[in-house]
Design a protein around this ligand. Structure first.
Ligand code: CDP
Length: 220
């Protein structure tokens, strides 16, 4: 049972989904973190695609939500290190590989039946969970998104300039929305939320309101 939020980098999907999950006591699934964990393996394979696939298929991915979305590969906790600029700069290239998408989608489909989830990504409403009970598409203008992401990274102690963050976001948006396999796109039945127009609490409440209604109508 699933609620999905798709949208471009820095639109506020992850923080909003996390806040809604905490508020409604449901599970949170960060699909981007799974692509980032796969990218960690790609870098460890020194960007050799055959070696990467061999490593990917041999690896055991696991994840759970407890205050934050935690992701492990072969019991190694990757939750923090997948946020580095090095991973960010490669993740869209890795996520454009059809085999990687299939791998990540299988992991998500396996988890979902066990609970009520809110998940965020790029293609969840269009390709991965086309029958999701609630769908949202979050957008914000590029400079707002870059400012938010820059502050987040600085708060994590990552030394990076605003311009580097802005360029990374533009670069990823381009790859994500033009790739052949399941590009970033708003689902026809998704509710559009422009987060440049709302405060954080407002956007959390808008989504939580829709989800509560779906729960009351027994859709979830
Ligand atoms: O948080 P942010 O928007 O920076 O990105 P993320 O959610 O961590 O996702 C990282 C990358 O994974 C994205 O730029 C996409 O290339 C890829 N991704 C994807 O292709 N499909 C998804 N459902 C989720 C993420």
């Amino acid at each position: 049972m699933i609620v999905v939020i798709d949208g471009p980098a820095g639109s506020g999907k992850s923080s909003t989904a996390l806040a809604v999950a905490q508020k409604l006591k449901i599970q949170y699934l960060d699909s981007g973190a799974l692509y980032r964990a796969a990218t960690h393996l790609f870098l460890k394979s020194e960007e050799s695609v055959p070696l990467f696939f061999e490593t990917l298929y041999k690896s055991h991915f696991s994840f759970y939500f407890e205050d934050e979305f935690k992701v492990f590969v072969d019991d190694l906790d990757l939750t923090q290190i997948i946020r580095t600029p090095e991973i960010s700069s490669k993740v869209s290239t890795v996520a454009a590989m059809a085999e990687v998408r299939e791998f990540v989608n299988k992991l998500m489909h396996k988890a979902i039946p066990s609970d009520i989830y809110i998940a965020d990504g790029r293609d969840l409403g269009t390709a991965v969970f086309p029958n999701a009970e609630c769908k949202f598409f979050m957008v914000a203008n590029p400079s707002t998104r870059a400012k938010r992401r820059h502050l987040e990274l600085l708060a994590k102690g990552i030394d990076i300039s605003y311009q580097e963050v802005y360029d990374d976001i533009q670069h990823r948006d381009k790859i994500d929305s033009t790739r052949e396999k399941d590009p970033l796109k708003q689902a026809e039945d998704a509710v559009l939320i422009d987060t440049s127009e709302y405060s954080f609490d407002e956007q959390v409440e808008i989504i939580a309101g829709h989800v509560r209604e779906a729960i009351q109508q027994n859709k979830l």
